[in-house]
Design a protein around this ligand. Structure first.
Ligand code: PMP
Length: 443
């Protein structure tokens, strides 16, 4: 019996473009050969509406990956589309060397979501670029050079992003940039210290103090961490880990950077920013993906003091603060705040965690259900090893049942859930039903 998707009143337009087979050939011939396709039979979504996608045959899917954690308030949310179209009729490009109201209004609204003293906003076009800027700021501000990031992190694909990232699968064999080191990181399944051990966070953070002592001059520019590692497989840290890690870094003259590219904008359900779940305040915050609901938009938010060092030279970014991006970002943020998508993330996330935990009790292959709100991970382990082949099969079968999810972790053994923050309880029930069915098929 097919598992029924919840009803939806959107009718997709008929697709009349090139066939999947033709497109595959043409794509192979002309695009970057390094890009990958998820799924043995490639997935070709040609229309999206809120939490749903339609492929070229008109089949509907529930999207629980959001284009890799990017579609935040819903595919083609009508109000976001209207705001973008309205801006496109007026003026599409106006660089920050002219005055334009939207960039100021949006920066004010975005800054208002942060605790003091985080109040200076820089707009750029991607998460990688935002991290590059954050590292520059940290070095200018501190006068130090060394940057510490966590093993199993992902921070981007440009030179700085790749240097920060700690997954061999995303790093090319070119001479590494100097000044980047990777810390052993907490992990609830593979880490040496169980998360419920007393002082787990403090113990994991000892690694920060050690690396500073043994691997640097004793002074560092910055420490960067995702509040929940995204690409690494939805990995949160023990509650007080960041408090201790930040203290060690600040003692060594460094600043602390939170990469909120996946965790920001209320997705964790408990706070608007992921760092707030750990009761720390970073010095620099990086955001992308959800910020633009699919538009190439990213930002860095920092303090007046750190930002003041950027005045030493001209700083300019052609599309940073562009009216189109600002209109899309502002409409997205307005919807998040008005509809309280953070509270929705919490409610639906709790429903999913409850359903997934029941499945974990039934199927020992599920080693861990983790995360918070609508950034969740389900880790599969077989014979004490990451169950990569099982996860790949699970992932394929979800699609066969009309459910799009993500896959992550270095060994591809974690199913990642990062849907648009407009999932309904019926969608969550559908997801659990599909998971249950696929687990029974594979058992
Ligand atoms: N930081 C994190 C935490 C990310 O997940 C990503 C993208 N997966 C990036 C930075 C890089 O963002 P972008 O692909 O927009 O450059």
């Amino acid at each position: 019996m097919p598992i029924e998707l919840p009803p939806c009143d959107h009718t997709p337009s008929p697709y009349s473009g090139p066939s999947k087979a033709e497109l595959l050939e043409r794509r192979k011939a002309v695009l970057n050969q390094g890009i990958f396709l998820l799924y043995k039979e490639p997935f070709m979504p040609v229309e999206g509406h809120m939490q749903y996608l339609w492929d070229e045959t008109g089949r509907r899917y529930l999207d629980c990956f959001g284009g890799i954690c990017t579609v935040s308030v819903g595919h083609c949310h009508p109000e976001v589309t209207a705001a973008l179209s309205a801006q496109a009729q007026l003026i599409q490009h106006a660089p920050t060397c002219y005055l334009h109201p939207t960039v100021v209004e949006y920066a004010e609204k975005l800054a208002a979501t942060f605790p003091d003293p985080l109040n200076r906003v820089y707009f750029v076009n991607s998460g990688s670029e935002a991290n590059d800027l954050a590292i520059l700021m940290a070095r200018l501000h501190t006068g130090h050079h060394e940057i510490l990031s966590l093993r199993n992190c992902y921070h981007g694909g440009n030179a700085v992003g790749m240097a920060l990232t700690s997954h061999h699968t995303w790093k090319y064999a070119v001479p590494p940039m100097p000044g980047f080191q990777h810390l052993k990181a907490p992990h609830p399944v593979w880490g040496p210290i169980p998360y419920d051990a007393p002082d787990a966070g403090k113990q994991y953070a000892e690694e920060v103090a050690d690396l500073i002592k043994f691997g640097t001059s004793g002074k560092v520019a910055a420490y960067i961490a995702e509040p929940i590692q995204g690409v690494g497989g939805a990995v949160p840290y023990p509650a007080d880990y960041l408090t201790h890690a930040y203290a060690h870094v600040r003692e060594a003259g460094g600043v602390c950077i939170a990469d909120e590219v996946q965790t920001g904008f209320g997705r964790t359900g408990t706070n608007f920013w992921g760092f707030q779940n750990y009761e720390v305040i970073p010095d620099i915050v990086v955001m992308a993906k959800s910020i633009g609901n699919g538009f190439p938009l990213a930002a860095v938010v920092t303090t007046d003091e750190i930002a003041s060092h950027m005045t030493g030279r001209i700083h300019f970014n052609t599309f940073g603060g562009d009216p189109l991006a600002m209109a899309q970002g502002m409409a997205t943020l307005d919807i998040m705040l008005r509809d309280n998508t953070m509270a929705l993330s919490k409610t639906i996330g709790d429903q999913l965690i409850a359903g997934l935990t029941l499945l974990k009790d039934k199927y020992p292959v599920i080693a861990d259900v983790r995360g918070s709100g609508l950034i969740l991970g389900v880790e599969f382990v077989q014979d004490g090893q990451p169950a990569s082949a099982f996860t790949a099969d699970f992932f394929e079968r979800c699609k066969d049942h009309g459910l799009i999810v993500g896959k992550g972790g270095l060994h591809g053994s974690v199913i990642r859930l990062k849907p648009p923050m407009c999932l309904t309880p019926a969608d969550a029930d559908f997801l659990i039903e599909v998971f249950s069915e696929v687990l029974s098929e594979l058992s």
